[in-house]
Every structure is written in structure tokens, then in C-alpha cells.
Design a protein around this ligand. Sequence first.
Ligand SMILES: C[S@@+](CC[C@H](N)C(=O)[O-])C[C@H]1O[C@@H](n2cnc3c(N)ncnc32)[C@H](O)[C@@H]1O
Length: 230
Amino acid sequence: MSNYTKTEPSTIRALFDSIAPRYDLGNALMSGMLHKLWNNRLVSFACKSSPKNVLDLCSGTGEIACMMQKRLPAHYTLVDFSEEMLAIAQKRLPDAAIYQADVEQLPLQDASFDVATCAYGIRNVRNREKAFSELYRVMKPGGSVAILELTRPKQKILSRLHALYLTTMVPLIGKLLTSNQDAYRYLCNSIHSFVAPELLVQELEKSGFTDIKVKPETFGIATLFTAKKA
Ligand SMILES: C[S@@+](CC[C@H](N)C(=O)[O-])C[C@H]1O[C@@H](n2cnc3c(N)ncnc32)[C@H](O)[C@@H]1O
């Protein structure tokens, strides 16, 4: 049985610590580079308002902040609970403010950020209500958030092919790259068991966000959610 069937934060953190050195390569192989396209959509939205203070939640190795920094000089703050993922982010973004913390309890001041991003992170978070409430607290009024997540296509045949890919190819790629098939099996399970986009919208609304938009990418394999703090 997988060591990563439980979803305690400490287990998830250990998982990302263990795959950190090969995480970016794994992403590229598993998505067939499609993640670059989805990341670009997220970054384009996030840069649109020329924010001065940007927060990247579940930042991992800093991929999103790096992409943004190339387009936009701003102050970047990264939060993630995996020390090993952040060690890579720190090297890539020496000027960023980096916090090792759980996004359910942000060590950040109220109303500090113009824009916040979160890519492929929210499905790992145990208590999204807490995380969204914290996110709302630290956003400035008028600030925008963009959440990118891996989702399941709605179309039946595509959905079956997608499930097959997740259960066969992804753990195999994980095994080849990191000898940690369990970790990649967990990542697949987390995509499978993640809530439907409609529910995520309700959760964002409940936390106070407005102007929520949902944009499926590549037949719904990924979804970009955007919202505002009024
Ligand atoms: C799939 S990676 C995504 C990394 C990055 N955003 C990217 O686009 O490549 C998910 C990241 O979320 C972090 N994470 C998951 N749950 C978290 C939580 N509750 N608090 C802080 N970080 C969390 C993990 O440590 C991991 O680095």
C-alpha cells in the first residue's frame, strides 16, 4: 500500500521534500509540457494589473514567481511548507521573501497583496476553508487571486483516458525519475479525488471572494479560477 494515502500535512510535506530535486522535470514529462501553457495563462492574468506585491502560495520550487518576475518587476512573497522545494526556490529567486509555512496559517500581515497565485497546490491542502480565509485576509481590497489546478475532463471518453493515464503512466514516470512511485501515485489520487470546479467556486464565494471566473484548459485537464477581494 502507498505510504502517501494519508493526507496529514506532515505526510504531504515529506512527499514534496522527497521529490523536490526532480519535481520540475517530472512536471514537464507528466504534462507533456502542457503545464507551460497553463502556467502562462495564470501568469498573464496575474501580471495584467501590474501588481507591486505578489504572493505565490504553495510556491514549490518557485516556477510561477520566476515566470512572473521575468515579465514584471515586483516584490514577490513565496509560501510553502516543504523545506526542500523552498531551497530550490530560494536559489532561483534570491530577492523574494520566502516563508516555510502552512497556507492554512499564513505568517503575513492583513491586506498586504495586490495579486496572489496558487498553482497545483490547493488540492493538497487539508482545510481549504482555512486556507481561503487566510488568503482573503492577506489580500488588499481590490486584489486578485488566480488558482490553477489539475482537474478531470467532463467528457466521458476523455475522462476514462485521463484516468488511465494517471493510474499507469504518471506513477511509471515517477518511478523512473525519483524511485518514488508511491509519491506519484498519491499525486494521481489527489487529482482523482479533488472536488469539482463548481464546489471550489462555492468555497471561494463563502470565503468572501467575488467576480469568480472558471476557465477550463485543455479539455478540463487543468482549470484556472480567478477571483477578487471586493
Ligand atoms: C504540486 S506542487 C506545486 C508547486 C508550484 N506551485 C508549481 O507550480 O510547480 C504543490 C506544492 O504545494 C505545497 N503545499 C501543499 N500543501 C501545502 C500547505 N498546506 N501549505 C503550504 N504548502 C503546501 C507542497 O509542499 C508543494 O511544494
